[in-house]
Design a protein around this ligand. Structure first.
Ligand code: IPM
Ligand code: MG
Length: 353
C-alpha cells in the first residue's frame, strides 16, 4: 500500500517520540512491502517561533494532502506562565482539530498484562480493564463563545455550548463502537447541574431505540472519576464532552501504568490524526528519556485505520515484547530496575517487527 503521512512532531519531546514511531513504521514498510512517504510540517510553539502562527496554512495544506496525520505533542513553558501572551501553542492544536473537522477523539484504555504490577493501582483492580473513551473534540468549553475578558479586566469567561447536531454525531459514533465491542455505552455528564449535559442525555435517549442491543447508562462525571480507578472493568465505551474527556483520560492512563502508554485517534469528516494523549513534557525534551510507546501505539492505530490490521497487530505485539523484556523508559521502570532510553526502546520495538 502507498500511504502519504503528514508528520507533525510539534514541541518538547515531540520530535524524539515521532522519530521512534517513524523507525517502527519503517520496519513495517520493509517487512510488509509498503511505501510510506512523509511530509513534515510545523505546529505549536515551533510554528509560532518560525511563522508567528501556531497552525500555519502550509501545515493545514500538508495535512489535507496526506492520507493520515501523525502528531507528537504541543506546548512550551515559555508561554504557560505568560497569561498575557496573545498567541499560544495550544491554539495550534485546537485550530488543527477544528479545521480538520476532527470531532471524535478515541482513547483506548487498556492494561498490558506485563504492566499489571507496574500500575500504581492494585493488580486485582486493573486486571481486565479495557475500555475506550470517546471524547468530543471540536466543541464545548474549548471553543464556545464568548471567551475572554471584559475591557476593565475584572472578569474572564469561557462558554460551554453544544448543538444537537454536534452531540448526535459523536453519540452515534460511540453507539456504533459499542456495537463492535461488548455492547455497553456509558454517557458521562453533569446533568444534575449543566444544561448542556441535559441536552446530551436527551439526545442519547433519542438515539437509543435505534440501538436496542446496546446497554446504555449514564454517569455523573464526578462519580465516573471515582469509578474509573475503583472499578475500571465496569466500562466498555464511555462518551463524553471535550473537557470531561480531557480530564478523565489523563486519570485513566494510570490504569495502564503510565501516561506515556496511551495512544489516540482523532477522526471526523476528512483526514484522520493519530497522537499520544500526553503533552510535550518539556522537562524531558532532548534528554532521550521520554516513553515513545504511546506514539508507537498511535502509529498502530494509524495502520489499523487504513486497513493494515496485521501490521497494527505486529506493532502491538512488538510493544508487548518490549514490556515483557523490561525494555522500558524510566516512567515504567521499577525501583532498582535498569531503564532504557527513548531511542533504545524504539529501536528494540522496530527490531521485533
Ligand atoms: C490533550 C491535551 C490538549 C487538550 C492540550 C495540549 C490543549 O491535553 O490532547 O489531551 O486539552 O486537548
Ligand atoms: Mg489532555
Amino acid at each position: 500500500m502507498e500511504l502519504k503521512i503528514a508528520l507533525l512532531p510539534g514541541d518538547g519531546i515531540g520530535p524524539e517520540i515521532i522519530a521512534q514511531a517513524v523507525g517502527v513504521l519503517n520496519a513495517v514498510e520493509a517487512k510488509y512491502g509498503h511505501k510510506f512517504t512523509y511530509t513534515k510540517a510545523l505546529v505549536g510553539a515551533c510554528a509560532i517561533d518560525a511563522t508567528g502562527n501556531p497552525y500555519p496554512d502550509e501545515t493545514h495544506q500538508v495535512c489535507l494532502d496526506s492520507d493520515v496525520v501523525l502528531f507528537g505533542a504541543i506546548g512550551d513553558p515559555k508561554y504557560d506562565n505568560n497569561p498575557t501572551s496573545k498567541v499560544r501553542p495550544e491554539q495550534g492544536l485546537l485550530a488543527m482539530r477544528k479545521k480538520l473537522g476532527l470531532f471524535a477523539n478515541l482513547r483506548p484504555i487498556q492494561l498490558f498484562d506485563s504492566l499489571a504490577d507496574r500500575s500504581p493501582l492494585k493488580r486485582e483492580v486493573v486486571e481486565g480493564a479495557d475500555f475506550v473513551c470517546v471524547r468530543e473534540l471540536t466543541s464545548g468549553m474549548y471553543f464556545g463563545e464568548p471567551q475572554g475578558r471584559d475591557e476593565a479586566n475584572t472578569y474572564a469567561v469561557d462558554t460551554c455550548k453544544y448543538t444537537r447536531e454536534e452531540i448526535e454525531r459523536i453519540v452515534r459514533l460511540a453507539f456504533d463502537l459499542a456495537g463492535k465491542r461488548r455492547g455497553h455505552l456509558t454517557v458521562v455528564d453533569k446533568a444534575n447541574v449543566l444544561e448542556t449535559s441535559r441536552l446530551w442525555r436527551e439526545v442519547a435517549q433519542g438515539i437509543a431505540p435505534e440501538y436496542p442491543e446496546i446497554k446504555l447508562d449514564y454517569m455523573f462525571v464526578d462519580n465516573a472519576a471515582m469509578q474509573i480507578i475503583r472499578q475500571p472493568t465496569y466500562f466498555d465505551v464511555v462518551v463524553t464532552e471535550n473537557m470531561f474527556g480531557d480530564i478523565l483520560t489523563d486519570e485513566a492512563s494510570v490504569i495502564s501504568g503510565s501516561l506515556g502508554m496511551l495512544p489516540s485517534a482523532s477522526v471526523g469528516s476528512q483526514v484522520a490524526l493519530f497522537e499520544p494523549i500526553h503533552g510535550s513534557y518539556p522537562q524531558a525534551a532532548g534528554k532521550n528519556i521520554a516513553n515513545p510507546m504511546a506514539t508507537i501505539l498511535s502509529a498502530a492505530m494509524l495502520l489499523e485505520h487504513v486497513g493494515l490490521t496485521d501490521e497494527g497487530t505486529a506493532v502491538r505485539k512488538a510493544v508487548d515484547a518490549a514490556l515483557a523484556a523490561g525494555v522500558v523508559t524510566e516512567d515504567l521502570a521499577q525501583k532498582g530496575e535498569k531503564c532504557y532510553s527513548t531511542s533504545e526502546v524504539g529501536e528494540y520495538i522496530a527490531q521485533q517487527i
